[in-house]
Ligand binder design. Structure first.
Ligand SMILES: *Cc1c(COP(=O)(O)O)cnc(C)c1O
Length: 369
């Protein structure tokens, strides 16, 4: 049996080779490699795609979260509630902004931030709620938005895994104070290196973010605040513009894989996560849940034997990493602590063929038989 890659970026780029070469040629000719037309065009196109008023290209997704928080005035003394099951960058960015991450548990049905757990984590120091649209499914923006409004908190989104996802029919990107995207190569929309973006409808926040990412520059020779180097490269913007034209098609292919998995596994012992009625999932990952860690690891070994790529997103809750062992966690986090030992991500990349997908399905069903 031929191997199935977890994600084949080479195959993805093969479809775009000529256009990417042309973009590189244009960059070589123009000499404008930071900022400039390509970045501005990408920012316009990404804002429009996300149904948001403003987009600021940023160096990467982690910086985009930090910049968004700082631009919103969140910093030292403030607490930001994040889900306990996410990539560590969510917590890192809050700390980089000078604020304190506070962990809330996730809903066992979706693995997304549980609005009740978020409500229970609120203290007088809470300034913001920062849900993560983990694996490509939007968190419950209705419940979290209502909670934030009721308690006078900022709602913002870590949308690093949710390019093109929708909540209540509207794209992720314009439904909270800001949404932060990562365009790391493996994301649904990825550059050929590190890149990111922040979208917002708030003109003041957009303007502050723009200043922050350019060393706090307010005019050519004047720096009005302590900023950072958080700019997006022109070449990455050019590559992103080319790939953006294919994003919907790639997300469709991911959804087709996910639908096929769901159809094949329904009625079997394979446990899957629910999709909320209001959500349009873009399947950055397709994740199944096993009974325990021994069973999960055995399935991993079984897939290895058949040459099928797989992953774990993530193998530890945030606070189970030594670097974050001391983080605030007002309530118990039983779900976020249990899931890392039980979850396994199957290949769902846009270049996987239906034949390859059948190999994955057969391997998973054989394991459970
Ligand atoms: C990828 C990712 C980030 C960080 O993005 P980078 O571009 O790698 O800095 C943040 N949060 C989540 C949930 C991610 O998946």
């Amino acid at each position: 049996m031929s191997p199935v890659a977890f994600l084949d970026l080479g195959a993805l780029h093969r479809e775009l080779r000529e256009e990417m070469h042309a973009a590189l040629e244009r960059a070589l000719e123009s000499g404008r490699v930071i900022g400039g037309e390509e970045v501005e065009a990408f920012e316009r196109e990404w804002a429009e795609y996300c149904e948001a008023r403003f987009c600021i290209g940023v160096s990467n997704g982690t910086d985009a979260i930090e910049v968004g928080l700082r631009a919103a005035g969140i910093g030292p003394g403030d607490e930001v509630i994040i889900p306990a099951l996410t990539f560590v960058a969510t917590a890192e960015a809050v700390i980089a902004a000078g604020a304190t991450p506070v962990l809330a548990d996730v809903d066992p049905r979706t693995a997304l931030m549980d609005p009740q757990a978020a409500a229970a984590a609120i203290t007088p120091r809470t300034a913001a709620i920062l849900p993560v649209h983990l694996w490509g499914q939007p968190a419950d923006l209705d419940a979290l938005g209502a909670l934030a409004a009721k308690r006078g908190l900022l709602l913002a989104e870590d949308a690093a895994q949710a390019h093109g996802a929708r909540w209540q029919g509207r794209r992720i990107g314009g439904q909270s104070a800001f949404a932060a995207f990562s365009m790391y190569p493996g994301k649904n929309l990825g550059a050929l290196g590190d890149a990111g973006a922040l979208t917002t409808n708030d003109e003041q926040l957009a303007s502050a973010a723009r200043t922050l990412i350019d060393h706090g520059r307010v005019s050519k020779q004047e720096h009005g605040m302590v900023g950072m180097n958080g700019r997006l490269d022109a070449l990455q913007a050019a590559f992103l513009r080319i790939k953006l034209r294919r994003l919907d098609e790639w997300n469709e292919r991911r959804r087709a894989h996910a639908d096929a998995y769901r159809a094949a596994f329904s009625g079997s012992d394979v446990e899957m996560f629910a999709v909320a009625e209001q959500a349009e999932h873009v399947y950055h990952h397709f994740v199944i849940r096993l009974g325990d860690q021994r069973e999960r690891d055995a399935l991993g070994a079984h897939l290895d034997q058949r040459g099928i790529g797989w992953g774990i997103h993530y193998a530890r809750a945030i606070h189970q990493n030594p670097a974050f062992a001391d983080l605030e966690r007002p309530g118990a986090l039983p779900i976020a602590e249990a899931l890392p030992g039980q979850i396994l991500s199957l290949p769902v990349g846009p270049t996987m063929s239906p034949v390859e997908r059948e190999c994955v399905i057969e391997a998973v069903l054989d394991f459970h038989a």
